[in-house]
Design a binder for this molecule. Sequence first.
Ligand SMILES: Cc1cc2nc3c(=O)[nH]c(=O)nc-3n(C[C@H](O)[C@H](O)[C@H](O)COP(=O)(O)OP(=O)(O)OC[C@H]3O[C@@H](n4cnc5c(N)ncnc54)[C@H](O)[C@@H]3O)c2cc1C
Length: 310
Amino acid sequence: MMNELEVVLTDLGLNFANDRSLRSRTTYKVGGSATCIVRIESDNDLVLLSQIVPDLDHGLLVIGNGSNLLVADGQLSIVAVVLGEKYKQVEVNDTTIDAGALISLPILARQVAARGVTGLEWAVGVPGTLGGAVKMNAGGHGSQTADSLIEARVFDLISGEFTTRPTSQFEFGYRRSNLASSHVVVSAKLASSGQDDPEKIKARLSDIVTWRREHQPGGQNAGSVFVNPPGDSAGRLIEAAGAKSMRIGGAEVSPKHANFIQADPDAKASDVISLMASVRDLVLGKFGVRLFTEIKLVGFADTYGLPSGT
Ligand SMILES: Cc1cc2nc3c(=O)[nH]c(=O)nc-3n(C[C@H](O)[C@H](O)[C@H](O)COP(=O)(O)OP(=O)(O)OC[C@H]3O[C@@H](n4cnc5c(N)ncnc54)[C@H](O)[C@@H]3O)c2cc1C
């Protein structure tokens, strides 16, 4: 049955998902439900949604592939926004790549490689979308989104305006940008670093995928839990603190990589966040180094002092 907000969305001509569960929309596969999940099929849908956003007393959450999110358990006062298929288009030219925000990074990396265009090899190992990569300044293997981004088209659900922002306006830092939860990246223009034989680029992609399989766990997680502190590695500190394989409920510090926390199929988000806090405290107590989360925490009443935010 539709709730009040879904009735309003319907009146506006907007679509929403019948299943309000957020767990299936994240790689952690834990957590509760949103008030509603709005499906954006066109730029006009964003404009329509912006008519009601300023008056909403719910949090806003734009979801890409949910590969950097830990969503709290229970019924959450959150309006989630997901982009539709239209936002998966890709155009690869010799020196630039134009892509919709919903395109998956591994698919983008492979499409670009097939055209003999270089510069996005790193993206094959990051299981997010391009929109999430812009927000998080995702990266790996010595590269990051900010290095190749020329500009991104962003809609602000509060002001109701589209802007095309050059890279300099994102204030990119390590795994961060200045985008707010009301900002929706709809597309981005990226620069290639050059051209190469597609077979050689594909070989580099294979090397990255192999390295990931060897060094990182699969299963239910959202990648690195903590940002590496300056000059050190969060994984090294966690392991040295004796937290590898530490467990709370259905959550475990990965035996393969200590900066990953795995969730069991029946885990609760509260297990994962409790373990995050315990690991942080252990490292702080042992080495005096405070770890900060890379994962975005969504909807928690108690974040154990871990910074939240989407
Ligand atoms: C196994 C594994 C390995 C990983 N390895 C890496 C790695 O090497 N390097 C790395 O940087 N990250 C890594 N990650 C984390 C994650 O994949 C990246 O942060 C990715 O960029 C998140 O993209 P997403 O689409 O999944 O974003 P989500 O998790 O859906 O969202 C993350 C943030 O981006 C926002 N967002 C998502 N889409 C949009 C949009 N269209 N417009 C505005 N905001 C948006 C969300 O609101 C949220 O704040 C890994 C994750 C996993 C599970």
